[in-house]
Design a protein around this ligand. Structure first.
Ligand SMILES: *Cc1c(COP(=O)(O)O)cnc(C)c1O
Length: 432
């Protein structure tokens, strides 16, 4: 499949080049040149299909012919090494748990899929590829874990010292092998700026092949379509009018949901669940899209003031505001409301949610006030143990740490402290 740039000033490119480049040369996001609905026979047999078989049918058109079918099957099998259960909260609301992967955040699927695509595309190269990524928390862990041990690829992760949770830091810094963690004396924006500078620095790019692994990469974005199919398969025999409530930051996940709908998945409606970073909530009310500086909240993976994937959603709806509005509702909630929802979920439904999932739950409830007869699934995007200091504030019970987290907590942290771009450059050029 070919992809075009949403800035329309760069040539179309193949899936392979889109994965390697990340962003188009004109700085636009890549978007597929066509989207084919899946055949009725697929939907008729959905209840009999395995997760792997569903994933194969869903993503095939976007990655072929560059990834042959047998390779694609292997990549999917290695990517989907965990479950995606739907858990009932009450009759009209369920949680779709996306946190059962190695780093316990939904980003595991995209990171695992992308790492294997990149490996496949660079398999004959002598030159090693370096994946460079800045993280404020969850992305780094998922990318590090997803690329761990992948031959021919080195990963360099920049994170702000003292600004990520203890669990998140351990997930970044204890893996070793082909993963290097750089602990930056600064904030997330400093990490991001250094990464951007490296991509523009010819004295680096002439010598080292560097690529990014952030959520705008098509190989991280598209496999997120799988969740919506897996959830639908578990529910469609029991519920009509299925609505997804998606805790959103960069809007990559919900945008993948809209792609699933384009493939013919009968989704009744989407809800964007937001914290106080409410640019999309305001847009749907006023038709005025004005990005804002980021506000820090308890649901920090959604602290985004200018969601990068929103342009893809607008493209799906051909930039028609009314068409978008009839498929998407957005709600925003404060930290106080988030904490109250976590407490209520625990007290009334015996469910421990993380702050992101709790916002998804609140948005589902808000939507159902005016839309009875729907069944809402909120995406539980991270395990509550990743946000222990928040969870502890409202839930009396001690949370059992999952094995994935226990395993890293006992490991020794290894990071290289840096404070300047010069130090990053020396590390990328291998002469430190
Ligand atoms: C990344 C992330 C989100 C936001 O996903 P987007 O695709 O950026 O909208 C929500 N919750 C958690 C836990 C995340 O890590």
């Amino acid at each position: 499949m070919d992809f075009y740039s949403l800035n329309h000033k760069a040539p179309n490119t193949s899936f392979k080049e889109a994965v390697i480049k990340g962003l188009a040369p004109d700085k636009g996001l890549y978007f597929p040149t066509s989207i084919q609905k899946l055949p009725a026979s697929f939907y008729d047999s959905l209840s009999d299909l395995s997760d792997n078989a569903i994933a194969f049918e869903v993503i095939k058109q976007f990655v072929s012919p560059e990834i042959p079918e047998n390779e694609l099957k292997r990549i999917i099998k290695e990517t989907l090494c965990f479950d995606f259960p739907v858990v009932k909260i009450k009759d009209s609301i369920s949680s779709l748990e996306l946190f059962h992967g190695p780093t316990m955040a939904f980003k595991d699927v995209g990171a695992r899929f992308m790492s294997r695509c990149l490996r496949y595309f660079t398999r004959d190269q002598k030159k090693e590829t370096t994946v460079l990524v800045a993280t404020s928390g969850d992305t780094g862990g998922a990318v590090a874990n997803g690329f761990l041990g992948v031959e021919g690829i080195n990963v360099v992760i920049l994170y702000p010292s003292g600004k990520v949770s203890e669990v998140q830091e351990k997930q970044l810094t204890t893996l070793g092998q082909n993963i290097t963690a750089l602990e930056v004396d600064g904030v997330f924006d400093d990490c991001q700026d250094m990464v951007k500078q490296a991509f523009l620095d010819r004295s680096i790019t002439d010598k080292v092949q560097i690529t990014s692994a952030n959520s705008i990469n098509v190989a991280r974005w598209l496999p997120q379509m799988f969740y919506f199919f897996f959830a639908y398969q578990q529910l469609y025999k029991h519920h009509k009018n299925i609505v997804f409530s998606v805790p959103s930051g960069n809007f990559g996940n919900i945008c993948a949901g809209f792609m699933a709908q384009q493939l013919g998945l009968p989704v009744h409606h989407f809800i964007a669940a937001n914290n106080s970073n409410q640019v999309v909530t305001e847009y749907l009310e006023s038709e005025d899209y004005s990005p804002k500086p980021t506000i820090q909240t308890l649901s920090n993976a959604m602290d985004v003031g200018n969601p990068s994937n929103f342009v893809r959603i607008q493209e799906i709806f051909k930039n028609e505001f009314q068409a978008l509005k009839s498929n998407l509702t957005s709600f925003s909630f404060s930290d106080q409301e988030t904490l109250e929802a976590m407490k209520r979920l625990y007290d009334s439904y015996n469910y421990t949610a993380d702050p992101h999932g709790a916002i998804g739950f609140l948005a589902a409830e808000a939507y159902q006030k005016d839309h009875p007869g729907t069944h809402c699934l909120f995406l539980e995007t991270a395990h509550p143990a990743k946000f222990l200091d928040v969870v502890k504030q409202v839930i009396p019970e001690q949370i059992e740490l999952p094995t994935q987290i226990k395993a890293v907590m006992n490991q020794e942290k290894k990071s290289i402290p840096i404070s300047t771009y010069k130090e990053l450059k020396a590390i990328l050029l291998g002469d430190f």
